[in-house]
Design a protein around this ligand. Structure first.
Ligand code: ADP
Ligand code: ASP
Ligand code: MG
Length: 401
């Protein structure tokens, strides 16, 4: 059972979550609990550090960020014990979570489950701090924003549990972010593949790496609310939803956490894309939509998008490369956004992309670049038009509630 930040944002919420865990135990289920930091704690810690350093990072910063989850798992365990449930708070390192040493974006290398097994054998419910682990040299690491989901799935997989419940502040996975598209509807089931694309495209509801892991191990995952008793969304294998594949587009995903960077007048020669994207990859910058135009008089423009989190690092690298290769200049904008449609049925349905472009055109929304894969189409548009675009596409693809 994993509980997100808003599910644990106050003493009252901690009590409500305690009730949910007690109810599971009453049903004869022995849960392992993973907890996120309370409310906006992690953001507050980020702000504190940024007040002292423009780009905090590394070992100390990870130790700082990891404290949010330490607080919440300790409080939750205190609350469970108070209810007569033997429980124990465990930090990520304490739970045997070993990661690489990429601070801020660490990946779990393995989990030594001995401590958790010992607790479970003694009938003690472990309450594990999400989002954190330790590298081989003992430094506390964090797994990336939103990665408590990944802690939960990794624990479920390692311990061989048959189900992982992700408790959050909405009733499940919706056909669009319900905060942006009021007519969004909750999906009863969705495939791993679609959830992974949605998460990677910026739908916050699940951390992308957690979905990848669940998919690889075919773990049963339910996303549901900690605020009510609704059944939630089941993430299932592709085979399980044949009947629904008629619904070609299943969700609209928005992301305004995006910037576009363009290198103008790049001399058109072999190896230039490599010269640009290699150092970005080395610096761990996630590059998304890449567009390179046909060259005119031996020069071309290359554009790509990146998350705002990576922007500062990206622009620094790009400026250096542009100078080195003799490009005409670098421009950028953070007033762009990505709007995407996702659905496994799309691959067998021609005309889906055309319908998307037509819908945006009818709204007078300009598309600056496009990418597609088997099960998604993404357009880069003006940030100002994002909400209109999301709502129009949601209606056009017959997703409205
Ligand atoms: P938690 O703290 O529980 O991990 P998050 O804030 O990380 O919660 O994720 C839940 C939020 O994800 C919701 O409040 C919702 O606004 C957002 N969200 C974005 N896209 C979707 C979607 N398609 N379905 C459900 N929620 C979505
Ligand atoms: N507390 C961390 C964050 O805000 C991890 C999580 O919530 O999943 O990113
Ligand atoms: Mg989350």
């Amino acid at each position: 059972m994993k509980f997100g930040g808003s599910s644990l944002a106050s003493g009252e919420r901690l009590q409500a979550v305690t009730d949910l865990i007690v109810a599971a135990l009453d049903r004869g289920i022995q849960p392992v609990v993973a907890a996120s930091a309370m409310g906006d704690t992690t953001d507050a810690l980020v702000e504190l550090a940024r007040g002292l350093s423009p780009r905090p990072g590394g070992r100390d910063y990870d130790l700082l960020l990891s404290t949010g989850e330490v607080v919440s798992c300790a409080l939750l365990s205190i609350s469970l014990n108070e209810r007569g449930i033997p429980a124990q708070a465990v930090t990520g390192p304490g739970a045997g979570i070993v990661t690489d040493s990429r601070h801020g974006q660490a990946r779990i290398e393995h989990i030594d489950p001995r401590v958790l097994h010992q607790l479970l054998d003694r009938g003690i419910t472990p309450v594990v701090a999400g989002f954190q682990g330790a590298s081989a040299d003992g430094a506390v690491t964090t797994l990336g924003r939103g990665a408590s989901d990944t802690t939960a799935i990794a624990l479920a997989v390692t311990l061989g549990t048959d189900h992982c419940e992700i408790f959050t502040d909405v009733d499940g996975i919706y056909s669009a972010d319900p905060r942006l598209v009021p007519r969004a509807r909750k999906l009863e089931t969705i495939t791993y593949e679609e959830t992974l694309e949605m998460a990677s495209l910026g739908a916050r509801v699940m951390h992308p790496r957690s979905v990848e892991l669940a998919m690889r191990h075919k773990l049963r995952v339910t996303v549901r609310s900690s605020f009510n008793n609704q059944p939630g969304t089941e993430i299932v294998a592709r085979e399980a939803i044949d009947i629904e594949t008629g619904t070609r587009v299943r969700a609209v995903v928005d992301d305004d956490d995006v910037a576009r960077i363009t290198v103008e007048g790049v001399p058109d020669a072999p190896g230039l894309s490599h010269a640009l994207f290699e150092p970005l990859a080395e610096a761990g910058v996630n590059v998304d939509i890449i567009v390179q135009n046909l060259s005119h008089q031996g020069a071309t423009d290359i554009s790509f998008t990146t998350g705002l989190e990576d922007f500062d690092r990206a622009i620094e690298i790009v400026r250096a490369v542009a100078e080195r290769v003799g490009a005409a200049g670098v421009t950028w904008s953070d007033e762009v956004a990505k709007i995407s449609i996702v659905g496994i049925g799309m691959q067998s349905a021609p005309g889906v992309a055309a319908r998307m472009f037509g819908t945006l055109a009818a709204e007078g929304i300009n598309i600056t670049s496009i990418t597609t894969s088997e099960i998604l189409v993404t357009c880069l548009i003006d940030e100002d038009r994002l909400q209109e675009a999301a709502r129009a596409l949601h209606t056009a693809f017959e997703l409205d509630n």
